[in-house]
Design a protein around this ligand. Structure first.
Ligand code: TNX
Length: 529
C-alpha cells in the first residue's frame, strides 16, 4: 500500500488516540527542588537528541532505548534535536539540573552520574499509558529541577545463588535501579546452594556447583527438590550486563562468599577443598555442616587466588566483595592442621583463622588495585586493613562500631532493608521474618544514623545504604517482583533524599503515580493497604 504524504500539512497525531495530559509530578526519590511551570513538552516521533558530550554517551543510549520502547521508533541524534545533554562543570558529582521547556529539554550535569540522574528524572516525568499501548505522543510537564544525592552509595544486593535469576530479569532490575537513582548492584554469586559464575580455572564449579537437586535438602523447610535445576552466568553474559548497567550509571560489584557459605564450591572441588583430617563439628545458620573452607589447606589459597584473579579481570569495579558472614562456632576446632597453624601464628581463638584467610584475599585484591569489601564479620579478629569496606547487616549499631574503628561502612540493616522479610501480618504473606515483619511504612520509617549527634565525625564513614533480597524463598519472576516492589522505592528515597525532605504522606501520594507505571510495566508488585 502506498501512502501519499501532503507536505503542506503539518504532521498530526492520529485523532483516534486521545493525548494524555501531564498530571501531577510523582518523582521518587523526591528531588531537592522542583518548580512546576505552566506548559508541556510534546514527546513524539519528531523528538531527537543533539550530539551528547562524552560524559553523557551512556545516558543517551539509555534514553534512546527507553524512548524507542515508548514510541516504537528509533530516536535519532542530530544537531537540530530538541533534547540536549549539556556539560556544566560546576555541578558536583551526581548533581544535575533538568529543564523541560515547551520546545526543548535540557539535561545538565558535570559528571556521568549526574547525566544518568537527570535522565532518570526525565523518564519519570513521562506519564504512564495503559499497559501494552503505544502512544503517538506523551506530554511532559514543564519543570525546573535541581537535585543531588544525599548518600554517595545507593545499592541493592541480589542473591543469585539460592535460586538462579536469568540475565533478562537482572537487566530489568537494573533498569529499575537506574530509574530510582541507585548506583550499585551487589551481585551475590556464590553460596552453599550454588556457584553461579563461570571460572575458567575450575569448570567443575559451574558444571557441578551451578545445579541443585534432586534429593538435596534445602533449608529451612527440609523439603526435597526432585528435579535438577539451576544455571550460571558465562563471562560473556557478565561483560554484557556490566556494559548495560554502566550506561544506566550502575556499578556491578561481585561477591564471592568465603570462607563460610562455600558448600557448592567444596562439593564441586573436593580434591582441592576438603581437609580429610578435619573432624570439627558445626552447623551453619542455614544448618549446613560441610560449608566452610579450611584455613590450613594449601588448596584453599590456590582456589581463592585463582578465583579472585579471574573476578578482578572480569569486573571493572574498584571493589570486590568477599562475603565472610556466618562462619559457625565449632569450625576448625578439631583439625590438627588448623591447630598447627594457630600455634605457628600465636592465635588464641580459632576464629582468628578467618582473619588469616581474609588477609590473604585482601593482599591479592590490593595487588590488583581493588578494594576489598565484606560483611560485618570480616572486621572481627583485626587482621585486615581499614581499607576494606564493611557492610553491616544485623543492625545499624554493628556498622557504627566498625565505623568508629575506622572502616568505611554501608548500612544494610535487616530490620529495614531486607526485602526477603515478609511485608504483611497475615500467615499466608510470603517471606521470612527472622529479623522482623517489614511492610512498606516500616521501611520508610528508617531514620539512618539518627542515634548520632549531627557533628559526630562518624557520619563521614557511612557511605550509604543498601537494600537486599536474599532468595532462599524466591524462585520465580513473580515472587521476585512481589518482594522487591514497591519497597525498593522507599529505600531509594532513604538513599537519595535529605531527611528533612522526606515525608511518608507525600511519599505515598507520589507512590501512586509510580504504581501506575509499575502496572504498565506489568510488574507484580505488592498492593499496599
Ligand atoms: C543472613 S545477611 C545471611 C544470608 C541469608 C539471610 C536471610 C548475611 C550476610 N547472611 O545468608 O540468606 O540472612 O535473610
Amino acid at each position: 500500500k502506498v501512502t501519499t504524504i501532503n507536505l503542506d500539512q503539518p504532521a498530526t497525531e492520529p485523532l483516534s488516540i486521545p493525548l494524555p495530559k501531564a498530571k501531577s509530578i510523582n518523582l521518587i526519590p523526591a528531588p531537592e527542588s522542583l518548580i512546576r511551570l505552566p506548559g508541556e513538552f510534546r514527546l513524539n516521533s519528531g523528538t531527537a537528541i543533539t550530539p551528547p558530550t562524552d560524559k553523557a554517551s551512556g545516558s543517551t543510549r539509555w534514553l534512546q532505548a527507553e524512548l524507542g520502547h515508548l514510541l516504537h521508533e528509533d530516536i535519532p541524534i542530530h544537531q537540530a534535536g530538541n533534547i540536549s545533554y549539556q556539560l556544566h562543570g560546576d555541578l558536583a558529582d551526581g548533581a544535575y539540573c533538568l529543564l523541560v521547556e515547551p520546545d526543548h529539554i535540557w539535561l545538565q550535569a558535570g559528571s556521568e552520574s549526574g547525566f544518568v540522574h537527570a535522565t532518570a528524572s526525565l523518564l519519570q516525568l513521562i506519564p504512564a499509558s495503559p499497559a501494552h499501548q503505544v502512544q503517538a505522543a506523551y506530554m511532559i510537564p514543564m519543570v525546573e529541577i535541581q537535585d543531588q544525592p544525599n548518600y554517595q552509595y545507593r545499592g541493592m544486593m541480589l542473591d543469585c545463588a539460592r535460586h538462579f535469576h536469568p540475565i533478562r530479569r537482572l537487566k530489568h532490575l537494573i533498569d529499575h535501579l537506574a530509574r530510582y537513582k541507585f548506583n550499585t548492584f551487589h551481585w551475590h554469586l556464590t553460596d552453599d546452594e550454588a556457584w553461579r559464575i563461570e571460572i575458567d580455572a575450575y569448570p567443575d564449579l559451574t558444571r557441578i556447583g551451578a545445579w541443585r537437586g534432586p534429593n538435596e535438602v534445602i533449608q529451612p523447610q527440609f523439603t526435597t527438590i526432585s528435579q535438577r535445576y539451576g544455571g550460571y552466568y558465562s563471562k560473556q553474559e557478565v561483560r554484557d550486563l556490566i556494559a548495560y548497567a554502566n550506561d544506566r550509571g550502575v556499578t556491578i560489584i561481585p561477591e564471592i562468599d568465603i570462607p563460610g557459605h562455600c558448600r557448592a564450591a567444596i562439593k564441586s572441588l573436593p580434591d582441592l577443598l576438603v581437609d580429610p583430617n578435619d573432624e570439627s563439628e558445626y552447623r551453619s545458620t542455614q544448618w549446613y555442616s560441610d560449608n566452610i573452607l579450611s584455613p590450613a589447606l594449601k588448596g584453599t589459597y590456590t582456589f581463592i587466588a585463582n578465583v579472585l584473579e579471574e573476578i578482578c579481570e572480569l569486573f571493572p569495579a574498584p571493589y570486590i566483595h568477599i562475603g565472610c558472614d556466618e562462619v559457625p562456632k565449632g569450625a576448625w576446632t578439631k583439625s590438627p592442621a588448623c591447630q598447627q597453624l594457630m600455634e605457628q601464628h600465636g592465635y588464641q581463638d580459632p576464629r582468628e583463622l578467618q582473619g588469616h584467610i581474609l588477609r590473604f584475599a585482601e593482599e591479592i585484591l590490593q595487588a590488583r588495585g581493588k578494594r576489598m569489601m565484606g560483611w560485618e564479620e570480616a572486621a572481627n579478629g583485626n587482621k585486615i586493613s581499614k581499607d576494606t569496606l564493611i557492610y553491616s547487616w544485623q543492625n545499624e549499631e554493628a556498622g557504627l562500631i566498625c565505623a568508629r574503628e575506622g572502616y568505611d561502612v554501608i548500612m544494610q540493616p535487616a530490620q529495614y532493608t531486607y526485602l526477603d522479610m515478609t511485608q504483611g501480618y497475615s500467615a499466608d504473606e510470603p517471606g521470612s521474618d527472622w529479623a522482623c515483619k517489614l511492610p512498606l511504612d516500616v521501611v520508610y520509617s528508617y531514620k539512618p544514623l539518627s542515634s548520632l549527634d549531627v557533628n559526630d565525625p562518624v557520619h563521614k564513614k557511612i557511605l550509604g545504604i543498601q537494600a537486599a533480597l536474599w532468595c532462599e524463598l524466591v524462585n520465580s519472576q513473580s515472587r521476585f517482583e512481589y518482594m522487591i516492589y514497591p519497597r525498593l522505592l522507599a529505600i531509594a528515597e532513604l538513599c537519595w533524599t535529605k531527611p528533612e525532605k522526606r515525608n511518608w504522606k507525600d511519599f505515598k501520594a507520589r507512590l501512586n503515580g509510580q504504581l501506575a507505571y509499575l502496572d504498565k510495566a506489568g510488574i507484580n508488585y505488592r498492593r499496599c493497604e
